[in-house]
Design a binder for this molecule. Structure first.
Ligand SMILES: C[S@@+](CC[C@H](N)C(=O)[O-])C[C@H]1O[C@@H](n2cnc3c(N)ncnc32)[C@H](O)[C@@H]1O
Length: 478
């Protein structure tokens, strides 16, 4: 970094922050951006759709050259957004000022203005560097949002927080677009067992994890789903099973069978090399005959299946299941597979991935009890799901379309047109009778979201307003 840098202040709609920031990261030597939330906090009575994006650019160009480039790039990008159907209001005015400044530690400067936010009587958001004495029964969320959205000062975040406080009665929560992780942390503090958060911005994942840890929330490490490759293989590549017979592969010629077995072995090897986190953890307890002196193999092809762990001599199989195994198609498929393995004389023990994280000792004991049962036959055992529910938050890159579990409560604070686009995916991750808080909706854009709610057959429980923002609490009936 040289002695000077440039600070650009650009008037935007705060919910377009990600898209607009990207313009600077792509086209300029950009050191960082800050959405000056205090600006629109101060501007509550003027126009809450206008936030100020502060963009910090390296001082390599002359002022005139940089100004020229910024004007050009902003003109082009604005036109692109308009062509994609966004309105002037959705973008904000994009009026800007550019100043050359002497270098100072700007990354900590913004902190000076951020104070304790009392979202409701019961919920306070406290910047990490402030000493705060909570009132009796007050929920305190300690935050350092970094560059992620979600300090608790924005109306759209507060609307979700209010909905959680009022409607969440326990169980599991999905936080789609978790930003700083603020809503996930609140859900945990309101008694959620397991919270899953995802975001399409990879830079926020670690921020959310750090914030959760600061608040004493257990952070679960990695994705709970099984290997994508295995899932795809299981649903698309395997030939149909014929009545549990080990040797007959219906409709497949000899050559195809040979190719299939070869592929099977290759895939098993691949799976071994790309073990999921729960597989690695369980393997650390099973490998080298540690468990009751039994020799287990990993990713073992059996007939036209690949099983996670197998002890050939004792005829034991241990399978790790992600949330997708809970769904109807997969339940049927798992049953077929279990029956086949049972008919081959195996005892199949099914374990939920979640319980590997939350209760590995319990899992090991459960496996030992089954193995040591003298009357054990070829049977299917499933660790009861209640015992498999993790206690903690899990954050990962992605969006609702990649999630295969279903939740008791969903929160999604994302710009209205994104909500409208992904409403079907959001509905898919709700359990029957689950509630969802939808926020990020400008009053004048609410029809777009209302149409999507109607399209997905969701029932509106409450419409809540704060300044120019609308939010909905909806229920999935079935
Ligand atoms: C307005 S912020 C909300 C942050 C935080 N949940 C809160 O309420 O303060 C929206 C977040 O959603 C993310 N996002 C945008 N589109 C998304 C999508 N389709 N799926 C998941 N996350 C998305 C953004 O990266 C951003 O972090």
């Amino acid at each position: 970094m040289g002695n000077t840098y440039y600070e650009l202040k650009l008037k935007i709609n705060p919910l377009m922050e990600d898209f607009i920031s990207e313009i600077f990261f792509e086209n300029f030597d950009c050191d960082g951006v800050i959405l000056a939330e205090e600006t629109y906090k101060d501007l509550e009575m003027i126009d809450t759709t206008e936030g100020t994006l502060r963009v910090f650019l390296e001082g390599n160009d002359t002022y005139e050259d940089l100004l020229y480039d910024i004007e050009n790039i902003l003109d082009l990008s604005r036109q692109e957004f308009l062509d994609r159907g966004l309105s002037e209001l959705e973008l904000g005015s994009w009026e800007f000022t550019l100043e050359e400044k002497r270098n100072e530690d700007w990354s900590v400067k913004w902190k000076e203005k951020w104070d304790v936010t009392h979202v409701t009587e019961k919920i306070a958001v406290v910047p990490d560097w402030i000493e705060y004495q909570p009132k009796e029964n007050e929920i305190v969320i300690k935050l350092e949002p970094g560059c992620a959205f979600g300090t608790g000062t924005h109306q759209t975040t507060q609307l979700c927080m209010k909905a959680l406080e009022k409607y969440f009665k326990g169980g599991t929560v999905a936080d789609i677009g978790m930003g700083s992780g603020i809503l996930s942390i609140l859900a945990k503090k309101l008694g959620a067992t397991y919270v899953y958060g995802c975001d399409t911005d990879e830079t926020v994942i670690d921020v959310a994890k750090e914030n959760a840890t600061k608040n004493g929330v257990n952070v679960l490490n990695n994705p709970i789903e099984g290997s994508k490759e295995l899932k795809e293989f299981e649903t698309t590549t395997h030939p149909p099973l014929e009545g549990g017979s080990k040797s007959t592969i219906s409709g497949w010629g000899k050559k195809a069978q040979h190719l299939y077995v070869k592929n099977n072995i290759k895939l098993a090897k691949n799976l071994r090399n790309n073990a999921t986190e729960p597989e690695k953890i369980l393997w650390s307890y099973l490998s080298k005959s540690q468990l009751e002196n039994i020799k287990f193999r990993r990713q073992q092809p059996i007939g036209n299946y690949i099983v996670d762990f197998m002890a050939p001599r004792e005829k034991i199989i241990i399978e790790l299941d992600g949330g997708h195994h809970n769904q109807n198609d997969n339940i049927t498929y798992d049953k077929q597979r279990d029956n086949y393995l049972k008919n081959c004389g195996f005892t199949v023990i099914r374990i939920w991935n979640n319980s590997i994280y939350s209760n590995i000792e319990g899992v090991i004991q459960y496996i030992k009890n089954i193995i040591n049962n003298p009357t054990r036959k070829s049977e299917i055992f499933t660790l009861p799901q209640g015992e498999g529910i993790s206690d903690g938050c899990q954050f990962e890159l992605g969006s609702a379309d990649k999630v295969t579990e279903k939740f008791d409560f969903v929160v999604a604070n994302i710009l209205h047109f994104v909500l409208a686009e992904i409403m079907g995916d959001l509905k898919n991750i709700m359990k029957e009778n689950a509630l969802m808080s939808l926020s990020g909706i400008l009053d004048e854009k609410k029809q777009m979201v209302l149409d999507a709610i109607a399209r997905e057959d969701l029932t509106i429980i409450e419409e809540i307003h704060q300044d120019q923002w609308t939010s909905y609490v909806v229920r999935r009936e079935k």
